[in-house]
Design a protein around this ligand. Structure first.
Ligand SMILES: [Fe+2]
Length: 308
């Protein structure tokens, strides 16, 4: 695959300091100039000022400069201009104004996490000891950025931009509404969602296992119960365990583990999901504010008054 990883996202928010403090709490490490690093993949989040919250930029790693040229010609066929230099391609999705940058970058190789020993019927993998998940005391720190979810007023055009232009592959669809797209072996790195306004729905961050999903969320909620949005549950598309929280700008942030991994494209058949399956497999029902964030009307008003 020419595209091989989601390297970073930039989010624009009106309240930079407050939002930055939240992501430090979330377990990302401040690295200067608005950047935050993850444990395994360096600078993966940048927070900058914007009049209303939005996804400003997505950066995607590719193997070689030839991959940039190939993407430029695919974009051209869609009537989309791009600027290519030695190591990057820069372009924009017209509908959402998101800047996409393809960059020649090394592939991410993560050190394998130790297998958590879970006991089951007839399978006592852990004897004479408490579960590792109840013994951990260190703060949860995400391993890497997993995906970003982008609301768009033109679902077909934004999906075509990422899939047919940049070269993402489709893993699954939500009927008429969502496209789970990957630029790596992760089930999805971008989810394009039909919405009444362009906005960043959430960013998602990989942790070691389900205990880390629970421990991370519990630590975020201690003293800040208003941060809770939805969890614990398991998605159907991508299969991952999830817990969603809300940052002070209104963006959701997700801890996830155990995401489906697509190594051989021939062995994966995309499905068109309908109803609840498009959202989750098990867990509490999602709150209405997950489906339609409370500030959508304000974002729509803001996007009309902003000069673009
Ligand atoms: Fe997600």
């Amino acid at each position: 695959m020419a595209l091989h990883r989601l390297t970073s996202i930039t989010m624009g928010v009106p309240n930079v300091a407050e939002t930055a403090a939240y992501y430090a709490d979330f377990g990302l490490t401040p690295d200067g100039d608005g950047w935050f690093t993850t444990q395994d993949a360096g600078r993966q989040l940048r927070i900058v000022h914007a009049p209303t919250r939005r996804l400003v930029e997505v950066r995607i790693g590719v193997d070689t400069p030839d991959d940039l040229a190939a993407a430029a010609s695919r974009l051209k066929r869609l009537g989309i201009e791009s600027i290519v230099d030695a190591l990057t391609l820069i372009t924009y999705d017209r509908t959402t104004s998101v800047r996409a940058v393809l960059e020649v970058a090394p592939r991410l190789v993560q050190a394998p996490v130790a297998i958590t020993a879970y006991n089951g019927p007839g399978r006592a993998q852990r004897t004479g000891a408490r579960a590792p998940g109840v013994l951990r005391t260190s703060r949860v720190r995400p391993r890497k950025l997993g995906h970003a979810v982008l609301g768009t007023t033109d679902f077909d055009a934004t999906t075509a931009f990422f899939r047919d232009g940049l070269g993402f592959k489709a893993s699954d669809y939500i009927k008429d509404h969502g496209a789970f797209l990957r630029c790596s072996t992760d089930h999805h790195n971008i989810l394009v969602l039909a919405a009444p306004v362009a906005f960043l729905h959430h960013s998602s961050w990989q942790v070691d296992d389900i205990d880390e999903v629970g421990r991370g969320a519990a630590a975020m909620l201690e003293g800040n119960p208003e941060r809770h949005i939805w969890g614990l549950g398991r998605h159907h598309a991508g299969s991952n365990f999830f817990w969603y929280l809300k940052d002070p700008a209104g963006n959701f942030s997700e801890y996830y583990s155990d995401l489906d991994c697509i190594v051989d494209d021939q062995l994966w058949t995309p499905e068109v999901l309908e109803g609840a399956r498009g959202l989750f497999n098990w867990g509490p029902p999602p709150p209405p504010s997950f489906l339609a964030p409370e500030d959508l009307a304000a974002l729509m008003a803001g996007s009309h008054s902003e000069s673009r």
